[in-house]
Design a binder for this molecule. Structure first.
Ligand code: AHR
Length: 819
């Protein structure tokens, strides 16, 4: 079956093939010209979350440089060590809502003072910068050190040059600044002559590190005297593209490696704010970084606004990417307070969005275009997309969306305007250029829905998948998650006629702040690590074809990873870190004899009574149990012998509190049913348990109430996308094998010829649970090699792998490329 503009592969996936091998057969029409895969397809989304910018991408090394971090946002209060927002009526729920965040009690977070006799306080008296009024006032009656811990440490590179810039008023004539290593040893220092007149002065100095550090700190040695510090900032000279208020080079290079065609900014929920007063306010991010007020962030810390609108636009230029700006529509995040502005005030927000666009695109005679020119960039920036709001929905959003759309489109008809709705846009939105579905899902959702876009109305608005990731039940981001995203991206690429853009989210996490469960790139003070998902992203972006090729596919489906098929084996009753007494064990109505049982245990704190009797399909086991401890009791089965030998195969499930009920795969290696709500057993009480063993699952009841059940499903774990790169005259094939078994593939061609030599790039892991970590950053990384292709033998995909094959190919009648 063929659908205009793309190819209906998923329909073929439903056809189970017969025969053992090959398990994937592809027949590719080299002369077909399917959907163009747009240059815009793969981009990135940056939001200040998980310290993505502060202590991450943004190059500033000192935390709380402006001493504003302890400032309570206007209208907020601190009660019981928590920061409370004011109450607001939530536009989503109609209810009065307020939100609380943990509150840092230190008056000057990030800084510490050491000395015998001094006083220190944060003051807003006689501010250097009206919008960032806080400064640190110190009166030292004996020598004193003032240190900054950076963002959980500071990296210094041996030979690196560091730029210190600060404002200070003091009556002392001199001070020393020091770069300190991991154990406080000196890595660099410099003496600073001061103007001791008690007035504000700017000091700028560079310090060279003669030694390196991974988690160092910064220290200033002060003499007796009075001091008032503001904006104490330290940057490496060597930033990405050498920009002064620039980005950390290694982190920015990771983004560059994704070859993003666009960057979405600034959010995310930060666009909306906890309340409207603390929404991301782009205008406050312009100008001298020292004068920027910053804002308490939706994600629970202060954003210095150092990586502001101009820095974002510069970054887009440096990457050769288009810019996407997300504007606030007078609505705060509905998951926070959901505050909304009155209808008559909406014009303020419309104007604010128009001003942002004018700053990026307006001519230099316009108010905001002139400011851009004055700030050193007379040429327009590559702003191409504006998203109207973030994750705002409902009638109030629809009305505002229409207003924004009309106002922006009439002035900037060339911009693509994006609505927050997903695949089912609101009927009340008059005109929509693009919709923005978000998906944060379990692996099964990406594996199980390869047809997600296939029936999408080709006349409906184009799709920008603004946020997606597999982040549920996958550790802190394992290979299984990455492969499910690869499966999703094959669906995206095959439907590139309607899915025009996509960006993974969130982009970064700092090792010391993971407020979102799974993120693409991990940052510490001295390292940056790409998760397996990062490499999936880079492999897709770096191997984007010009258009799709029609492909007939036959793929053998298989049982899901979590599957089990009952094999006749011994069983056991036991515990794991808990205590249990079992009585009256009956199998198929017959009591089991006492001599039947053997007491065993393993190194994982399991204590088990194994039975010498085997369990078969349809067997029913009944027993009484009185248990205590978290996990209560566990049933083991499919044991090859009545022991728990290490490496010997068995399956088990446990019954405890709600969150602890689970079904475990081989040797309890993986949890199949992490959280099934059920009737839990009560510690210290006798319960009657009935277990029914089936060929493909178990049913368990406690005191006659269903406790949980599990059934094995038949699923597809193999996916592909085939396309042609006009620039290199190559076939580009992306193949996903998320099965733990190798997958033999046969590839045939029609209406063209393919060469015998090419390149193969493989990303694989020995276990789907594998993750890249700071300790093992390269555990999962793409490997490229030359590839000799033979249609007769095809190739074999490694278990748990994404493979990209690039092969010279020519459609019938095409001229060979001139070399
Ligand atoms: O990516 C994290 C958050 O997820 C974003 O801020 C928001 O848009 C979504 O809910």
């Amino acid at each position: 079956m063929r659908i205009p503009g793309r190819f209906a592969i998923p329909a073929l996936l439903a056809v189970a093939c017969t025969g053992a091998a090959p398990e994937m057969t592809l027949n590719i029409d080299l002369s077909s010209h399917g959907a163009d895969v747009p240059a815009s397809l793969y981009g990135v989304f940056f939001e200040e979350i998980n310290h993505a910018g502060e202590g991450g991408l943004y190059g500033e090394l000192l935390r709380n440089r402006s001493f504003e971090d302890a400032r309570v946002p206007v209208g907020y209060t601190v009660e019981d060590g928590r920061l409370w927002s004011p109450e607001a009526v939530n536009y989503g729920t109609g209810r009065l809502t307020r939100k609380a965040y943990p509150w840092n009690v230190s008056p000057y977070p990030g800084w510490s003072l050491e000395g015998e006799d001094f006083t220190a306080e944060v003051t807003t008296e006689d501010p250097k910068f009206a919008d960032a009024p806080s400064s640190l006032r110190i009166s030292a009656r004996s020598p004193l050190t003032l240190s900054n811990e950076g963002f959980w440490g500071i990296r210094y590179d041996k030979g690196g040059v560091y730029r210190l810039r600060m404002y200070l008023k003091s009556d002392a004539p001199v001070m020393t600044v020091n770069l300190q290593g991991d154990s406080g040893e000196e890595c660099g220092s410099c003496r600073l002559d001061l103007i001791p007149d008690g007035e504000w002065h700017e000091y700028k100095v560079t310090v060279k590190a003669f030694a390196g550090a991974a988690k160092g700190s910064f220290r200033m040695d002060l003499q007796e005297g009075s001091y008032c510090f503001d904006y104490v900032s330290l940057f490496p000279e060597d930033t990405f593209r050498g920009r002064e208020n620039g980005l950390r080079k290694d982190v920015a290079q990771m983004v560059e490696g994704l070859r993003p065609s666009f960057v979405r900014w600034p959010g995310g929920c930060v666009v909306e704010g906890i309340t409207l007063s603390n929404r991301f306010d782009w205008k406050k991010t312009l100008g001298d970084p020292a004068s920027r007020p910053g804002e308490y962030d939706t994600w629970g810390y202060r954003n210095s606004y150092g990586f502001g609108y101009k820095e974002f636009l510069d970054f887009c230029e440096d990457l050769g990417a288009d810019a996407m700006f997300v504007c606030n529509v007078g609505l705060a995040c509905t998951g926070r307070t959901g505050e909304f502005c009155a209808d008559e005030d909406i014009h303020f927000y419309v104007e604010d969005a128009l001003d942002a666009i004018e700053y990026a695109l307006g001519d230099t005679l316009s108010r905001w275009g002139a400011l851009r020119a004055a700030q050193g960039h007379p040429e327009p920036y590559p702003l191409r997309y504006v998203e109207i709001g973030n994750e705002n929905f409902g009638p109030m959003y629809d009305a505002r969306y229409n207003m924004f759309y009309d106002a922006i489109k009439s002035r900037w008809p060339g911009l693509t305007l994006i609505s927050n709705y997903g695949l089912e846009p609101s009927a009340d939105a008059r005109k929509v250029d693009m919709v923005d579905p978000h998906w944060y899902v379990k692996p099964e959702d990406f594996f199980g829905r390869p047809d997600r876009f296939d029936d999408y109305d080709r006349n409906a608005p184009e799709i920008y998948v603004g946020e997606y990731s597999c982040n549920d039940g996958v550790g802190s981001g394992n290979m299984f998650a990455a492969l499910s995203e690869a499966a999703f991206l094959t669906a995206v690429e095959r439907n590139a006629d309607v899915v025009r853009m996509a960006s993974y989210a969130p982009l970064f996490e700092h090792e010391n702040d993971r407020s979102w469960p799974v993120n693409l790139i991990r940052i510490s003070s001295d390292k940056v690590v790409g998760r397996s998902s990062y490499y999936v992203q880079s492999m897709f972006a770096q191997n984007k074809p010009s258009y799709n090729l029609q492909t007939d596919a036959c793929i053998t489906e298989e049982t899901e990873r979590e599957a089990f098929l009952l094999e006749p084996g011994f069983f056991g009753l036991g515990t794991c870190d808990s205590r249990a007494e079992f009585r009256d064990v009956i199998l198929n109505g017959r009591p089991l004899a006492e001599e039947d049982w053997t007491e065993v245990s393993d190194s994982h704190r399991k204590a088990v009574l194994t039975s010498g009797t085997r369990i078969f399909n349809s067997d029913v086991l009944e027993f009484r149990v009185n248990a205590s401890g978290d996990e209560l009791f566990r049933v083991f089965f499919d044991l090859k012998s009545p022991t728990l030998e290490e490496g010997g195969r068995y399956l088990s499930f446990n019954c405890g509190s709600v969150s602890l009920n689970g079904f475990y795969g081989e040797n309890s290696q993986w949890n199949v049913v992490p959280e099934q709500s059920c009737a839990p057993a009560t510690p210290g009480e006798w319960h009657f348990v009935r277990v029914e063993f089936l060929q493909d699952g178990v049913n368990c009841s406690v005191d006659g109430v269903p406790a949980f059940s599990h059934r094995t499903a038949i699923v597809n774990r193999r996916f592909f996308a085939a396309g042609y790169d006009e620039e290199t005259s190559e076939l580009i094939l992306k193949l996903v094998n998320a099965s733990p078994r190798p997958c033999p593939v046969r590839i045939g061609f029609r209406n063209g010829t393919a060469g015998r030599h090419g390149r193969i790039i493989t990303l694989s892991a020995s276990s789907p649970e594998d993750e890249n970590t700071f300790e093992y950053p390269d555990l999962i990384r793409p490997h490229e090699r030359r590839f000799r292709f033979s249609p007769e033998t095809g190739c074999v995909l490694e278990p748990n792998s994404l493979t990209v094959i690039r092969l010279a190919a020519l459609p019938d009648g095409a001229r060979p490329p001139v070399l």
